[in-house]
Write a protein that binds this ligand. Structure first.
Ligand SMILES: Nc1ncnc2c1ncn2[C@@H]1O[C@H](COP(=O)(O)OP(=O)(O)OP(=O)(O)O)[C@@H](O)[C@H]1O
Ligand SMILES: [Mg+2]
Length: 268
């Protein structure tokens, strides 16, 4: 039975879709997992642009609207089963039906990754309700941190506390919030730290997810380390890391703890 992971942030442009596509393609291609990747950013879907699906015939919108089976909206791209969204869909939909729809195919996969919407409404709620675990993406600045706090509060209220923070687009650490400041304010462990990666824009331009476009880019490598925890594998270390007897990097320790909790029965 699949573990469903929701990638959320109540802020646009922080990297939710880039990270969702990277997690999914890395799990499928480098850990040999069966993965379903779903565009749950209903009002501004753009997962298709990251996964090279430009004019989908059936989308998540159709499956929520009509009684058509969710299976019929799946397309396989880069080894990942993808359910894209419809760029313009004018009818109102009940997004909260997402969980029931996914339940009909959950037993076919090892992981389901939901790329969520930045809107603080039923769209993000649908991801929260459908997920077994939530990861929040943040950039290391105060405006985004305040949105991350909001996301954490909402998730807690809904009984789905966030399992980890992914800090993305780290540019100039001297002028940005550090891991400790972020953890102390939000009280959620940081499970990945991703530098600003010039390959992200190239991967989006070519519509090839980053772990396939460039396996050894900073973003791809950190996503691969996070996926090692999610699949109970050992993280790959660089040559220099192998020379160090101890590695006290907090995100690495947090990933070890995540590895334990992710498969425990108490994990929600
Ligand atoms: N680590 C990174 N380094 C550099 N650029 C990045 C990184 N992560 C994402 N980007 C770029 O940031 C832009 C926004 O990314 P993305 O679309 O994934 O954000 P999002 O949170 O899904 O946005 P939205 O809320 O609009 O759906 C894209 O151009 C992407 O290539
Ligand atoms: Mg997005």
């Amino acid at each position: 039975m699949a573990k469903t992971i929701g990638i959320i942030a109540i802020k646009g442009g922080v990297g939710k879709t880039t990270i969702s596509a990277a997690l999914a393609s890395d799990l499928a291609n480098h850990y040999n997992k069966k993965v379903l990747l779903v565009d749950a950013n209903f009002s501004a879907p753009n997962l298709g642009l990251h996964m090279d699906i430009l004019e989908p015939e059936k989308t998540i919108h159709h499956t929520l609207d009509k009684k058509i089976q969710i299976k019929s909206a799946i397309q396989n791209k880069f080894g990942v089963d993808v359910i894209p969204g419809e760029y313009v869909y004018n009818k109102p939909l009940n997004y909260l039906k997402l969980k029931d729809k996914l339940n009909t195919i959950k037993n076919r996969y090892d992981f389901i990754i939901l790329d969520s919407s930045p809107s603080l409404n039923d769209e993000v709620l649908s991801t929260m309700l459908a997920s077994d675990a939530l990861f929040v993406v943040t950039t290391p600045d105060y405006p985004t941190l305040s949105c991350t706090l909001k996301a954490a509060k909402l998730a807690k209220q809904r009984g789905k506390p966030i399992a980890g923070i992914i800090i993305n687009k780290i540019r100039n650490p001297r002028f940005e919030l550090n891991l400790k400041e972020i953890e102390d304010s939000v009280d959620i462990p940081v499970i990945a730290r991703i530098r600003d990666d010039k390959n992200a824009v190239k991967s989006l331009f070519t519509r090839i997810p980053l772990p396939i476009y460039k396996k050894h880019s900073p973003l791809s490598k950190e996503i691969n380390r996070l996926n090692a925890a999610l699949t109970k594998n050992i993280e790959k270390k660089s040559f220099f890391q192998k020379l160090m007897p101890f590695d006290f990097r907090k995100e690495r320790i947090n990933r070890e703890l995540l590895k334990e909790s992710f498969y425990s029965k108490t994990f929600k």
